[in-house]
Design a binder for this molecule. Structure first.
Ligand code: DOR
Length: 442
């Protein structure tokens, strides 16, 4: 298969190169990368410029389109093994490539939990067989996510885990967290902390405040997150471990991370598109598709998160793709599962930050590529001649309507159904695996 894309804008934060290029990809390898100008050409693309010639030969006039390195989602729930009715490695990675991700890091809250090498090997083997993109397992910090006993972190790392997290469950015991951080230093893999003090949050269903009071629901205070962010920063300083804070949702957490970074403590952080797009207001009609943990917060938090993305306090945008079945969500609000199916809307939601001039396109793509790769020490080097093609072709101005029934993910749980978004992935290339969305998105 030969793919030629000419006159396309390339932004590659791995090589620090940007400009107008011609790219030729032959059998999954970048055969030619020819720089024509170092200026981005901000034309608006038109459908007529895209020519699909034959099934094994594609030629595209890339004027007004962009090529980026394949996106990396460092926080995905693929649900396999154990919860295949919510998602499988096959469907989750199909959703990934539709959303522009060529690498996903899958969380350990499967059944069995990914707390031993057998589960890690199973995930890797399944991904090789049925996956559409690279899959990097995240191992559990504690056995069974129970927070009582450390998992065999060294063995998990050797088996292929790139980081450790009890995501979905907090590690309440500070001594265990301290030890996990000590190990993270020894094995050179981060602890990805789901910051939630269970004694403060238990049975909460949404952000604590006026709205939770009016809706008659038990709230989860911002303190439930911030107490643990503060604890983990202190433990990271004390142990010199590598700490990554997952799904930051509050202004207070941002302030704690800012102070820690200023002090030189080894901490990085991620947020997710729903935290800079929505507030608790999205739950007003008891809409369970917007029920997520940590919960959607207030306007003030949303704006603080945007500012933290702009200033670099938050390093990464991750999806926290949390697919659930209809039965998991069509329940009374308090009982509904937490989570948003995020892989297929993340890029377009995040591009709003570029269209609204919060972030430059380059900075946005950094948060989806080079930053997660650095944190997890993934072997990624961007778009270079002679290397496997790991890239996406995007029309950042193309408008489309989110239709949950069109998701490749089994999880149709999105609060963005029916939204008009701007920015669409047209082609995702991961070596020989090519996902051609040119036809379906006409
Ligand atoms: O909303 C969430 N869903 N937050 C988490 O931390 C876990 C996730 C899940 O596994 O469904």
């Amino acid at each position: 298969m030969i793919i030629k894309i000419y006159n396309v804008n390339l932004i590659d934060p791995f090589t620090n190169k940007e400009g107008v290029v011609d790219i030729v990809i032959e059998d999954g390898i970048i055969a030619k990368l020819n720089f024509k100008s170092s200026d981005i050409n901000d034309l608006v693309a038109s459908n007529s410029q895209i020519i699909v010639v034959q099934p094994d030969f594609i030629e595209i006039n890339g004027e007004g389109l962009y090529v980026f390195p394949g996106l990396i989602d460092m926080h995905t729930h693929l649900r396999e093994p154990g919860y295949e009715y919510k998602e499988t490695i096959r469907t989750g990675t199909l959703a990934a490539v539709r959303g522009g991700f060529t690498s996903v890091c899958c969380m350990a809250n499967t059944n069995p939990v990914n707390d031993n090498p057998e589960v890690t090997y199973y995930i890797l083997a399944k991904a090789k067989e049925e996956g559409s993109c690279d899959v990097y397992p995240i191992g559990a910090i504690t056995k069974g996510l129970k927070g009582e006993e450390l998992s065999e972190m060294i063995m998990l790392k050797q088996a292929g885990c790139v980081g450790f997290s009890d995501d979905g469950m907090p590690v309440m015991n500070s001594l265990i967290m301290r030890r996990a951080l000590q190990y993270s230093k020894a094995i050179d893999a981060p602890i990805i902390s789901h910051c939630e003090d269970f004694t403060l949050s238990e049975n909460g269903a949404m952000n604590e405040g006026k709205l939770s009071f009016y809706m008659g629901l038990k709230g989860i205070s911002k303190a439930a997150e911030e107490v643990m962010v503060a604890r983990d920063i202190i433990l990271s300083k004390y142990s010199k471990g590598t700490l990554h804070i997952a799904h930051v949702s509050t202004k207070g957490s941002v302030e704690l991370i800012k102070r820690a970074k200023e002090e030189g403590i080894k901490v990085t952080a991620e947020t997710c598109p729903h935290y800079f797009t929505l507030t608790e207001e999205a739950l007003k009609d008891y809409n369970t598709s917007a029920k997520v943990n940590p919960p959607l917060r207030t306007e003030e938090d949303k704006e603080a998160i945007k500012e933290a993305l702009r200033s670099g306090i938050i390093d990464v945008i991750a999806t926290d793709h949390a697919p659930h079945s209809l039965d998991d969500k069509n329940t009374p609000f308090e009982q509904a599962a937490n989570g948003i199916s995020g892989l297929e809307t993340a890029l377009a939601l995040s591009l709003r930050l570029v269209h609204d001039e919060v972030l430059s396109l380059n900075k946005l793509i950094e948060k989806f590529t080079v930053n997660p790769a650095k944190i997890l020490k993934l072997e990624k080097s961007g778009i270079k001649e002679g290397q496997e093609a790991d890239l996406i072709l995007v029309d950042i101005n193309k408008e489309w309507i989110v239709k949950k029934e069109d998701f490749a993910s089994l999880g149709k749980n999105t609060p963005f159904d029916g939204w008009k978004l701007k920015g669409k992935v047209l082609l995702t290339i991961k070596g020989k695996k090519v996902f051609n969305m040119l036809k379906e998105d006409k």
